[in-house]
Design a protein around this ligand. Structure first.
Ligand SMILES: [Zn+2]
Length: 352
């Protein structure tokens, strides 16, 4: 009984003697030493026998790490119990994303003031094609957060709603909204004009205008090029954190950037996206009280204390934002009919 490793680029089987640590598993092959963090491990649940642990790595998905020694299996179970219990797996992904987001946010907060505001100016002169090329693959996000919800009619309604907002924005590039089957109450924009909304947000929204306010806010981040700015800032920060901590922090921040959960936007970016949202709603004569209600609930639900990363973790400073929507919104209509809103809420129920 021995553990072994396949590097994914050759058929060679490396016999290894891994060690389990608080943070991950380390092992040596003739080609060098490797340390895989638990949060980067993807358990291959269908591997038999099932009392052995088979993993691949988020960033090296052709490689395989097989652990057979019962004592080592037990040790990993103590450090990362969710790797032994499939039921906890979905929760783990979300929780880890949250922990990473908080961790990186702390690092960023610490060195935020070292990076001059020149990044904002830089972002605006970077061509849009840069963002499109940087666009992350939806498949990666689906692995982390859950499948894209593909129900036909609800997606049509969502697209109509998005197009309505976009037509008022006058933004010349396409923006696409996808819903992932995850219970987080969260939404975020990615580079390249992609907006991800979690099922939990649509489920918990009390009105179509809550969702519209959030979508319009995310469109604001896209139009204001906040993603590009964050990317430039991330690269600078990645270099700094790599210097401070060593290792592969660069790839870590890449992954985080791709998930859209890596960094909170600055308070002024948030305020600008809120202004953008209210402007868009006003142009379409949409009642802003949905947006106000959303931020009111958010500030009552209280900060980053929750285990799951919510909208607050990616969009801080919700105090006072409800008031902004109420004071400056002039619209009167709902974005969707009650019937369409009910259908949209089913977006993740009937997949296919
Ligand atoms: Zn935001």
């Amino acid at each position: 009984m021995s553990s072994h490793f396949f590097d994914g680029s050759s058929a060679k089987r490396y016999d290894i003697t891994p060690e389990a640590w608080q943070e991950g598993v380390s092992f040596s092959t003739e080609r060098g030493d490797l340390a895989w963090r638990y949060e980067d491990l993807i358990r291959l649940w269908d591997y038999r026998p099932s009392d052995h642990l088979a993993f691949t790595h988020r960033k090296h998905q052709d490689s395989r790490l097989i652990i057979e020694e019962p004592a080592l299996v037990a040790a990993i179970g103590r450090y990362a119990p969710d790797l032994l219990d499939r039921k906890k797996e979905g929760f783990r992904s979300a929780r880890i994303a949250g922990i990473l987001a908080v961790g990186v946010t702390v690092v960023v907060a610490a060195i935020y003031f070292l990076v001059p505001p020149v990044t904002d100016t830089l972002a605006r002169i970077v061509p849009w094609s840069f963002e499109v090329e940087e666009q992350s693959k939806l498949a990666t996000l689906e692995k982390i957060f859950g499948k894209r919800c593909t129900a036909g009619r609800p997606n049509e309604i969502l697209k109509d709603l998005t197009d309505q907002l976009l037509s008022a924005s006058g933004f010349p590039h396409p923006i696409r909204v996808d819903v992932l089957d995850n219970k987080m109450n969260n939404a975020f924009a990615l580079p390249g004009g992609r907006i991800i909304v979690m099922r939990g947000m649509i489920r918990e929204a009390h009105s179509p205008n809550e969702l519209s306010a959030v979508l319009a806010h995310e469109i604001g981040h896209v139009v204001n090029r906040d993603l590009t700015e964050r990317s430039i800032r991330n690269n600078a920060l990645g270099a700094i954190t790599a210097l401070v901590f060593g290792g592969n922090t660069g790839t870590l921040s890449d992954t985080l950037f791709q998930t859209g959960l890596s960094l909170s936007f600055s308070r002024s970016d948030e305020a600008a996206a809120d202004r953008y949202s209210v402007d868009l709603l006003n142009q379409l004569d949409l009642d802003p009280s949905g947006g106000a209600a959303f931020f009111e609930r958010l500030s009552k639900s209280g900060g980053l204390g929750g285990v799951l990363p919510g909208y607050l973790s990616t969009h801080p400073e919700s105090d006072g934002r409800a008031g902004y929507f109420r004071e400056h919104g002039t619209g009167t209509k709902q974005a969707l009919s009650p019937a369409d809103w009910l259908i949209l809420k089913q977006i993740c129920i009937k997949n296919g």
